[in-house]
Structure formats: structure tokens, C-alpha cells
Design a protein. Structure first.
Length: 556
């Protein structure tokens, strides 16, 4: 394929219509792009921009509710018949490899992963069993999975997220496709796993000479992997250019907005002045939690999820807990909330030792510590009006019905939503708006401590910046402390005063944010920092995320 005079992918004037009654006429409108051999083209945009629909259109798999009004797709100069399902089925997996965001949704849970890869090989014409097995082992080696024979016998649930994504990549590369389409393939992964997957994908793509269309909302990833960048907004390409040109001289206001919303480190003087020693509102001392999993008849395996962890949080402070999946972050949070019975250690809320209550904290203590969860789509009751949801949280902790309703209306305005939002249901709001509602609900009991557990990881970059700014603004106004749990070091650096780095249940490093980021002592912390996307452009800029502007919140 190398040296061909035709681009690997030529897409011309693609327009895909949305159903009647949608917020706009087209999901994608008049989109054209080119991907050449060995080139990585990044299609960038937020949710609803049309970037994933574009990837689906190229392989002839747009949802039935949508209609392709126009568009021509060429693969290495040959026009594809997008209206012929059988012809497109022959191309998918052979000439075009597709890597989706969530590996668990791409793999059959009741089938060994090796059998799933060899099935792809068989479907596209590799008939000999020995040949398929040899190719399977080669693919597992290519995607850098250790012990390929064991991995091939494994089921998806027995693999980590990074291993499962490597299996999906192996399936996409099984027939050395001319074009690879990767749709947000690293969004659900930890920073080190993300870095490994990006490097792996780029190296394999370059080695095979394939064209790579990489779909993402993460500009840090774009800075690391792209040769060429196209920015999409509401179905249209609003800016196009080289990676260096895009980051150095973005011309469109939307591109400038996306770049401005990227998490930036707080300046040294932006941290609260702790010289007056505000009171400690939350303290954990030597927390240890062990899970016991069945390992056969009458046998159990002990897994130490949290090991001798201590930290303290002062009023008005934001303390970050940073680590990869399996580091013990969420287990520690469950201990702090007394949702797990931990073996040893103590938790003090407002100076009060909570040991005597076990897992049944009194409401007077529950009121002082509230949580905002990761997924705003599942955190709210879809059958309850959002105003009632917030008022209920206040009533549970002693407010009268009229006072609770008044507080709910006040909090909706505080988080940047209009009074009309009170009577609406969760499905009528965007993801960012729903997270604002979750924050309002958590603040309804007037807590001293707010735990934000991956509270912005599922949001687009501009919405993420708004929510971070909202946290800081509310904290200054209301004086509560924040325990901020995240796997994203860029986000932690934008909001945290102090940081605890965890690995495999233990504290690896702990200290002020700038000390951790500028002079990390632990090798693991340095590895996390080295794995950050766009690390060469990551520096203490003193810039804060843009202040929230409630009057411009769409649909509020």
C-alpha cells in the first residue's frame, strides 16, 4: 500500500440528517477529509459534534433513525457502496479496522478472547486452523500482551481495561487493514495505560502503513498523536490544519474555547492561605481494608484494598486522591463514608471519632459529609423532578418542606441553572447540567465536606472546566472542604491544594500540589507524570479554568 497515489481514505461532502424534531437538521453536514498512508488524522469535538457518526458512516453503520443525504467514501481510490450491507460487511474487519471506546462492549463476555480473534480471521478467509493460531499468537505479541497463551484462554472479565483494549486493537489489526478508525479508544483508561495504548497504536499503524482516523474530545491526546487535526462543532468542520498550527494559532472561536478549557495548573498564590491553620474537618488514621474473595470450596483469597492510609482535610481546602484503577481510591472513600467495615484505623469527622457507629453513622454526621458521583446520568432518579430531588436531600437532614423547597430553588440558581429547572426531569438536561444538579443535591444538607469521586471524568473538556470552576467558586462562597478523587493528574493540578498519590492500596507520596508536580519523590509519581498526554506543554501557567457563566448554559 505504501507509495499508492491515492489516499487511504477520501471522504467527500458527507451529510447525515437527524430525525424531525431534533435540535438541528444535520448530525453531520458537508464534511470532507482525507487520510493518507501512515498518517494520523484526529477528528476533535465535544459530545454531539458528529464525530462518532462520521466514523460510523465510513463503515456503513449509521443508526437507523439517521439518513445519509449525501457523501462519497473512497478507500485507496475505490468508491465504497455504502448502501450494500454485504459489500460493507466484507470490508469491515478486513480492509477497515474499527476500535471502539469501551472494550467491554466490543467483546463477547462468554467467549475466550483468543477465539474471538480467530473468528475474525476465519470470517475473512483464513481457513487453516494452524495458520489462524499462529496469527493469533503473533497479534497478541504485536499488542505487547505478556503470556499470550494464557491471555488467549481468558474471558474478557478476567482482563484489565488496558488488556481488553489491546485485544480489541488486535482484532482490528488482524488482517492488516488499510484504514483504522479509533473512536475514543483511551477515554476509559488510566493515564499510564492510555499512554501505552496510544504509543502501541501509533507504532503499529506506522509499521503497517495504515491510515489512522482518531476520534477524540481530549486535546492532550491530539497533541501527542495527531499529524492533522479537524475540529467539529454541531456537525460541521470549523477548523482544519496541522497539529503544530492548530495548537500554536487556532483561528476559530470554538477551537480557542476548547484550548482555553484544557486543565491548567493553579498558580502558587492561588492556593488558600493555610497559615491560620483552619480546623481539620476530616481525618483518616491508618485505615486498612481487606476484601476476601472466594477461591474455591471453603477457601478465600484476601485482597488488601487499602493499606495503612492516613490523610487530613482542613476547612476550605481541596485535597486530591490520585491513582490508577485498582489503587484503592474508591475503597478509601467507602471507608471514609462508613460504607465498608474496615479492619483497623480511625475516621474523625469534625474531630469526632466515628468508630462507635460502625456502618450506621447518625444523620448528624452524615449531614456533614456528602458525595458527588462520577456518572450524572445514573446518579439521579429519572422519575423525580430535579427540584424535588434536591429538596428531599435537605428534608432528610431536618429542613421543613417549605424551607427545603426554597433551598432547592436557591441552589439551582447557585449552580447556574434557572428557576424553571426545578420542575423538569433529569432526561431534559445535558451531562454538565446533570452534574450541576448532583452538586446542588450534595450541598442541600449544608455539608462541611464534599467528596467528588471522579466527578468530571465523564464530561467534555469545556463542561469539565465549568464544573471545576463551579467547585472552586462554591467552595470560596460556602467554605466547605473538598476531597477530590481522580485518575487525571491534569485535573488534580487545576483544583487541588494537596495531593495523596495511591498505588495498590498504599500511599506512595503525599504533599502540597506544587511539590508533588514539580519535585516528585516517588518513581511511581514520576511515571504518572511522564504518562500525561501533552506533558511537554504542561507547565504552571497560573491560569484558572474559566469562571462559570450560568447565563450561557445551553438549555438552562
Amino acid at each position: 500500500m505504501k507509495g499508492t497515489e491515492h489516499p487511504v481514505l477520501g471522504l467527500r461532502d458527507l451529510s447525515i440528517a437527524l430525525p424531525l424534531g431534533s435540535d438541528r437538521e444535520f448530525a453531520v453536514q458537508n464534511l470532507s477529509l482525507t487520510v493518507r498512508s501512515g498518517e494520523c488524522v484526529c477528528l476533535v469535538g465535544e459530545s454531539g459534534s458528529g464525530k462518532s457518526i462520521t466514523g460510523q458512516a465510513i463503515i456503513g453503520m449509521i443508526p437507523p433513525a439517521l439518513t445519509r443525504k449525501s457523501g462519497k467514501v473512497e478507500l485507496c481510490g475505490a468508491a465504497l457502496n455504502l448502501d450494500d450491507p454485504k459489500a460493507m460487511q466484507k470490508l469491515r474487519g478486513r480492509d477497515i479496522g474499527m476500535i471502539f471506546q469501551e472494550p467491554s462492549a466490543s467483546l463477547d463476555p462468554i467467549m475466550q478472547v483468543g477465539a474471538q480473534i480467530t473468528e475474525v480471521l476465519a470470517v475473512h478467509g483464513m481457513s487453516g486452523r494452524a495458520q489462524r493460531q499462529a496469527r493469533l499468537m503473533q497479534l497478541l505479541h504485536d499488542v505487547q500482551l505478556s503470556d499470550p497463551a494464557r491471555i488467549a484462554r481468558s474471558y474478557p472479565h478476567e482482563l484489565s481495561g488496558g488488556q481488553a483494549q489491546r485485544i480489541v486493537i488486535a482484532m482490528a489489526l488482524a488482517h492488516d487493514p488499510k484504514l483504522i478508525i479509533a473512536d475514543e479508544p483511551t477515554t476509559a483508561l488510566d493515564v499510564t495505560t492510555q499512554a501505552e495504548i496510544l504509543e502501541l497504536l501509533r507504532n503499529l499503524q506506522k509499521a503497517k502503513g495504515s491510515g489512522l482516523l482518531f476520534i477524540t474530545h481530549d486535546l492532550g491526546v491530539v497533541a501527542d498523536i495527531a499529524d492533522h487535526v479537524l475540529v467539529m462543532q454541531e456537525g460541521r468542520v470549523v477548523e482544519e490544519g496541522s497539529r503544530s498550527g492548530f495548537f500554536a494559532r487556532p483561528t476559530h472561536p470554538y477551537s480557542q474555547k476548547l484550548l482555553a478549557a484544557m486543565p491548567r495548573r493553579r498558580a502558587d498564590d492561588s492556593a488558600p492561605d493555610m497559615a491560620t491553620d483552619p480546623p481539620v474537618v476530616l481525618e483518616a488514621r491508618n485505615i486498612t481494608l481487606t476484601y476476601r474473595k472466594p477461591a474455591g470450596l471453603f477457601r478465600h483469597t484476601a485482597v488488601e484494598a487499602v493499606r495503612d492510609v492516613s490523610l487530613h482535610l482542613r476547612r476550605g481546602q481541596t485535597h486530591g486522591i490520585v491513582g490508577e484503577s485498582g489503587s484503592g481510591k474508591s475503597s478509601l472513600v467507602r471507608c471514609l463514608l462508613h460504607l465498608e467495615r474496615f479492619e483497623s484505623g480511625t475516621v474523625c469527622i469534625g474531630g469526632q471519632d466515628t468508630a462507635q457507629w460502625g456502618r450506621t453513622l447518625p444523620r448528624s454526621l452524615r449531614q456533614r459529609i456528602q458525595i458527588v458521583l462520577q456518572d450524572p446520568y445514573t446518579a439521579l432518579d429519572p422519575r423525580q423532578r430535579v427540584g424535588d430531588t434536591i429538596a428531599e436531600a435537605a428534608q432528610i437532614h431536618g429542613a421543613s418542606a417549605p424551607d427545603a423547597r426554597a433551598r432547592a430553588a436557591e441552589l439551582l440558581e447557585t449552580v447556574g441553572l434557572t428557576p424553571a429547572a426545578y420542575a423538569r426531569y433529569p432526561h431534559e438536561f445535558s451531562g454538565g447540567q446533570r452534574q450541576r444538579i448532583c452538586i446542588a443535591r450534595a450541598l442541600a444538607p449544608k455539608p462541611e465536606i464534599l467528596i467528588a469521586d471522579e466527578a468530571v471524568s465523564a464530561l467534555d473538556v469545556s463542561i469539565q472546566a465549568q464544573i471545576l470552576a463551579l467547585f472552586r467558586d462554591l467552595q470560596v462562597r460556602l467554605g466547605f472542604a473538598i476531597l477530590f478523587v481522580t485518575h487525571d493528574l491534569r485535573v488534580a493540578s487545576a483544583i487541588c491544594d494537596d495531593v495523596t498519590v495511591m498505588r495498590e492500596g498504599s500511599v506512595v507520596e503525599q504533599g502540597p500540589m506544587h511539590q508533588i508536580f514539580d519535585a516528585p519523590k516517588a518513581a511511581y509519581t514520576r511515571r504518572l507524570l511522564d504518562a500525561m498526554p501533552d506533558k511537554q506543554n504542561f507547565a504552571a501557567s497560573g491560569m484558572q479554568p474559566a469562571a462559570p457563566q450560568p447565563q450561557h448554559i445551553e438549555g438552562a
